[in-house]
Design a protein. Sequence first.
Length: 614
Amino acid sequence: MLVPLLSLILGIALLSMTLLVYSGLPIYQSIPWLLKFKNEPRFLGGSGLISMALILGIIGYFNYFDTSFLRIIRICLGGLGLSFISLSFLENIKDYEIFNKDNRLHKISRTINEILIVLKYFNIKTLLTFTASLILFSIFLISFFDANYGGDAFMYHIPFAARIWHIIPPEQYTFEYNTEHRFLGFPLLANFLQGFFWFIFQKPEATNLLCYVSLIVFISYLIFYLRIPLYLGTIALLAIPMVHMHAARSYIDLPGNVSVSILILTTYLLYIKKIDFNIQNFLIILLSATAAANTKFQLIPVTFITLCFTLTNILTQFWKNIPQGKSKIIGLMKLLLISFVASLIIFATPIKNLVLYKNPFYPVKVEIAGIVLNHNEAVPDFMHENLKKLSPTFRWAKSVLEINAFDSRRPWQWTLAMDFISWNEERFGMGGYFGGYVVFNILLFIFLCWRHNNTDSKVAMTLMVIMTLFTSIMPQSYELRYYMYWMIVFVSLNCYFVCRLVEGSSSNISWIKPENLALIAASFMIIFITKTRYFFTIPEFSSFHDQVQRTDIIDQNLLKNFKHEEQICLVAKVPHSFLYNSYFHSDSDYSIKAEFDMSPEYIEEKCEGRRIVR
């Protein structure tokens, strides 16, 4: 206990001295050599990093974090701090007269100058950019080489992708009866794209690439449209656990929510007049809205509401800018016609379902004015009684702030669906945004909007209020993975304000900088990475082939009983039924129809004469 306590005391003392010197208090004016460091940002930054390395020792002592990883962080902070101090020392010592009097020392001075010229390119922004790029590359390795995990992916996302591209035909594997109806009615654009990657790379692991590509697309959008640096956009997004976890997995929540986020932010830019409505922006609106509405049912209402605001702005600007006359009416009619045609493309899935099944959200049960539309499954009703007592808005807020969200039975603090516990338990689906990170972004957003009271901030506040009220009352809004766009847009707006509003203000605040925001976000990201034991950040290089050999997922003895060309009805193996099909077991050739564990009569009817295997 003595060593970490001394480390804490020294760290606090060093940090206090650094802050007091930087503030230039009169108490230090009597110490000239110490006061000189006020104008040495590298020295002050280095001493600050070393003090943090010393202070973190007490955290390791109480086992708040993994000690081995914390040791690495402390070594990195200490090494970086010493490097900054060394740079400061070299910059000052090279100008001493003694270096000019002695020929050999003069050569050393020139060498130091050359080193400093090279090192000028290595600043905090460069370090953050390198870190962000390294993490993105590591996540890419996961998406390309690692097998997926997660119930929904195995239950219908990957199977749908295989069916669409005829990689695994229905003769080889048939979905459960209810899942088959989901295939008929659910939006399938994301599954189509997953299948595309599988078909191109000839490996099921490639279905993960859709989420990764969607993340890269959004980061690119932030760079080119909101002019947010790569390092800030990447780190700020990956500090959101839900985004980080989904970035390399075969769920489809991230692609859909990225699409909605692009649509919302583009609409925001139109309202604050940072962009004009032209062909390029029309295509971005069309593609993002189409991708969102044809990926998940939950995103159709928010897509529709956002498009209403988008169209209102476009029509208003058109009416103001086009002079009166016949051409104005003709132009307006053309614009409305284009909007109508675009809406048919955007809402293709619900329109198709309405025509074929008389229910835009088929197979989900929908009731309108007491009339129940054609359906095959009821709306999920597994919410815990304590959650049912809360209003939807309070349920959502509780989940966003992660109040009573964590459960020790989960393998990590955060999971893809905040699951690994029974559906009807109070903590199921709760959390996923990192409550502390949410609070930080709320405080930062309020401060920035208060400090810079202009059109951009007023529109942003209006956007956040509308988006919050609407999102919080959506079905299952407390399951945050369905509505990630809220946090994605929120973080993006804060990054935008820090990069543009603060930098363009006459009352600039020195400590609000993109790199400082990135460092704070990086601290949240590091906590997430350590709490999930690097599972979502560092690849394991565990292939799909390795996964189907695991006895905890596949009953290998059951596989041995499957005969050549046998017609099998596999019961009660959800969500891993798909992994039993012969595509993954090349030495066999049989047909599987999966089914849920229901009543004997139901199973007998749905298995249609196949041999029932449990």
